[in-house]
Design a protein around this ligand. Structure first.
Ligand code: SAM
Length: 271
């Protein structure tokens, strides 16, 4: 039985490709690529002449049979435009179907923006949650962030430059002033990793419009959040302390919600 190789490619710097990846790309019978023009540039750079076929978001289902047929004749390598195929890129359906047909899957390790950003963020790497691309609509974005408000693990998301400011504002509103790292243009000439509280990083990007490709890393929920919601007495005390300090009821309810595991509306309505 032939093999389906999953081959990561550079996320910017063309040198970030393994010797093994280059050998596999040279040796396989066919390369299934997200965008054949992008992959052609990479292959030309390394003087690789293997035939290419397209496998992208819009043909990933109709093209399955053709690629699985090709796998009866010889090995196939799957690549995406950048990074690891199948990670917010086409690949999952093909890999699942190949497994169902008992085709051997050979994954090669290599670049992915998630891990590259995470290790440079300075935020805990022992466990993390990958959120993919966050929703674009304001309400859905806030809902998605609220769902992970109590998540202790570090959060990683892909983001586009024209949405970064809106997303950082939503983080500040929904999760509080968490530490974040914006990893921009990783491995490229204008690489930048900006770390700090969400409020500070937000203020920076309000002033300096971000460009290029961005991976966002967000600190997990702070230690103070208990796994079990606080009892009412503790919530009341925390709320009162903030009201006494001059916070509005709405502000105080939100802040206590973020710490206690209670719903902010329920706190707001406490008599
Ligand atoms: N499969 C890829 C991987 O493993 O990294 C991810 C593909 S996803 C469609 C593309 C997104 O990854 C970009 O919109 C950006 O959020 C992130 N990304 C890709 N290259 C990056 C880079 N050089 N620096 C920062 N983020 C990057």
């Amino acid at each position: 039985m032939k093999r389906l190789y999953i081959v990561p490619t550079p996320i910017g710097n063309l040198e970030d490709i393994t010797l093994r990846a280059l050998r596999i790309l040279r040796e396989v019978r066919l390369i299934a690529a997200e965008d054949t023009r992008t992959t052609r540039k990479l292959l030309d750079h390394y003087q690789i002449k293997t035939p290419l076929t397209s496998y992208h978001e819009h043909n990933k289902l109709t093209k399955l049979d053709a690629i699985l047929d090709a796998l009866t004749a010889g090995d196939v390598a799957l690549v995406s435009d950048a990074g690891t195929p199948g990670i917010s890129d086409p690949g999952f359906e093909l890999i699942r179907e190949a497994i169902a047909r008992e085709i051997e899957i050979v994954p090669l390790p290599g670049p992915s923006a998630i891990v590259t950003a995470l290790v440079a963020s300075g935020l805990p790497t022992d466990s993390y949650v990958y959120l993919g691309f966050l929703p674009r609509k304001a309400k859905a974005l806030r809902e998605a962030l609220s769902e992970v408000a109590h998540e202790r693990r570090t959060l990683v998301a892909y983001e586009s430059p024209n949405r970064l400011v809106e997303t950082l504002s939503a983080i500040l509103e929904t999760l509080g002033d968490r530490p974040v790292a914006v990893a921009r243009e990783l491995t490229k000439i204008y690489e930048e990793i900006r770390r700090g509280p969400a409020s500070v990083v937000l203020a920076h990007y309000r002033e300096h419009e971000p460009r290029g490709e961005i991976t966002l890393v967000i600190g997990g929920a702070p230690e103070q959040i208990d796994d079990h919601p606080w009892d009412e007495e503790r919530v009341r005390a925390a709320l009162q302390a903030r009201l006494d300090a001059g916070e509005s009821r709405r502000q105080a309810a939100k802040a206590v919600a973020a710490l206690s595991g209670w719903d902010s509306r329920a706190i707001y309505d406490l008599q």
